[in-house]
Design a protein around this ligand. Structure first.
Ligand code: ATP
Ligand code: MG
Length: 144
């Protein structure tokens, strides 16, 4: 889909955030400045989070309490080739049915991700905004 502005990206995030039940793992794929954190900001709104979402680039992970006892756990592994102990924290978040796990720059932790995670791919379109593709794991083509 075409997402023309940052505001529209936030709205998309908010609408998806409103549907989440806990246990979801969302990997955000897109270049620097694509809008991954902007999307996450919207997701947080949909989860009833009022505190500001900042990019976790330096802290690697941020945790926000959300509606109904859920939490949003936001990770950013940018340029982190060896995630070390954070990979264990991530694995815990993924297995927590009350947590929504969102990951930016997840190349180095692919082996920790469940196969059935949600992938949101954001593509920068010169002068046109962004395109967003949402996909899950395709069980029809790969062995589980
Ligand atoms: N259609 C759009 N969707 C999302 N962001 C947009 C759009 N148009 C402009 N922007 C702007 O692009 C920037 C996206 O920054 P953001 O921090 O969300 O990117 P990011 O993918 O998280 O980057 P990084 O990899 O550095 O973490 C923001 O300044 C936002 O306002
Ligand atoms: Mg970001």
């Amino acid at each position: 889909m075409l997402v023309k502005t940052a505001e529209e990206m936030e709205t998309l995030g908010r609408e998806i955030g409103a549907t989440l039940k806990g246990g979801e793992v969302i990997e955000l794929i897109g270049d620097v400045g694509a809008g991954k954190t902007t999307f996450t900001r919207g997701l947080a709104l949909g989860l009833g989070i009022t505190s500001p979402i900042t990019s976790p680039s330096f802290t690697i992970s941020c945790r926000y309490p959300a509606r109904g006892g859920l939490s949003l756990n936001h990770y950013d592994f940018y340029r982190l080739s060896n995630p070390g102990v954070v990979a264990m924290e991530l694995a815990e978040s993924i297995s927590d049915p009350r947590a929504i796990t969102v990951i930016e720059w997840g190349e180095s932790i692919q082996d920790v991700l469940p196969k059935n995670h949600i992938i949101i791919r954001i593509n920068y379109m010169p002068d046109a905004g962004r395109t967003v593709e949402i996909s899950g794991y395709d069980y029809s083509t790969t062995e589980n």
